[in-house]
Write a protein that binds this ligand. Structure first.
Ligand code: ATP
Length: 270
């Protein structure tokens, strides 16, 4: 069967209140929300709306979540695909998929295109590539650049792309009129971890005296995705022990388990 072209969501429910911490990044994308909600207001004086922004930061820090929240806040359709999907695709189709994606997004503008793992397709041209055909990847990248250059000021499609390797990207991607804005999405500090816990604790049945400051203190280096995992894991551990509410010990056990998982993952990498 045919691999999926890209994903389209027309009724995104995620908003900024689902994204904990990341105040600076949210402020920066707020501007994009304003452009999408009221493009004419910004172009009426001759200004050009930015075409793209790069979300840069470690895995699991909320880049995808933030991009979705932009679509949810602006109430515009969200088109997404992952750069690694391109690389795995059959030869000769990457460029046409990019073309299809942009056509759909333009037809439904104002809209957002989100490209996760853009480094898979956007690595500097002419460098070694261990996965897939290099020509194929370059054709896909060239098509992406062509599409972005082809946008007029009244296209009203904004392309957000995510990477944790901004250093390997082809400089052509960062030129004016392409991904000329970089927005940093960093690992959360202790205060932000507390806020992320608050978001992910909400659906859990937990003891009344759970100390969230303590949980934030116990999780240095954890990403938002790790914290979401801890909360879910804690609920499962509590259930396994036939508890009626998730308590501090369940969270500590869950933290241990996630730390163990992270250590294993790091061992494979290094
Ligand atoms: P990757 O680089 O691995 O694709 P990412 O930066 O795109 O990661 P997301 O996919 O957005 O990260 O995050 C995964 C999940 O982690 C989210 O769906 C959410 O549940 C949780 N999460 C991450 N960051 C936050 C945050 N700042 N606030 C609330 N939840 C978060």
């Amino acid at each position: 069967s045919r691999a999926k072209l890209f994903d389209e969501k027309t009724d995104v429910k995620i908003t900024f209140k689902d994204v904990a911490g990341l105040e600076g990044a949210k402020e920066e994308v707020q501007e994009i929300v304003e452009f999408l909600k009221n493009p004419e207001k910004y172009t009426s004086l001759g200004g050009k709306i930015p075409k793209g922004a790069l979300l840069v930061g470690p895995p699991g820090t909320g880049k995808t979540l933030l991009a979705k929240a932009v679509a949810g806040e602006a109430k515009v359709p969200f088109f997404s695909l992952s750069g690694s999907d391109f690389v795995e695709m059959f030869v000769g189709v990457g460029a046409s998929r990019v073309r299809d994606l942009f056509k759909q997004a333009k037809d439904k503008s104002p809209s957002i295109i989100f490209i996760d793992e853009i480094d898979a397709v956007g690595r500097a041209r002419g460098k070694n590539n261990f996965s897939g055909s290099n020509d194929e990847r370059e054709n896909t990248l060239n098509q992406l650049l062509t599409e972005m250059d082809g946008f007029g000021t009244n296209t009203h499609v904004i392309v957000l792309a995510a990477t944790n390797r901004a250093d390997v990207l082809d400089k052509a991607l960062m030129r004016a009129g392409r991904f000329d804005r970089q927005i940093y999405v960093d690992l959360p500090d202790i205060r932000e971890r507390k806020e992320i816990f608050e978001v992910h604790l909400k659906p859990l049945k937990k003891v009344d005296d759970l100390d969230i400051d303590f949980l934030a203190k116990q999780t240095p280096g954890f990403s938002g995705a790790d914290i979401a995992n801890v909360c879910n894991e804690a609920a499962l551990i509590a259930a396994r022990n036939n508890k009626t509410a998730v308590d501090k010990q369940d969270f500590l056990d869950a933290v241990d388990r996630i730390v163990g998982g992270l250590e294993k993952k790091n061992k494979i990498v290094t």
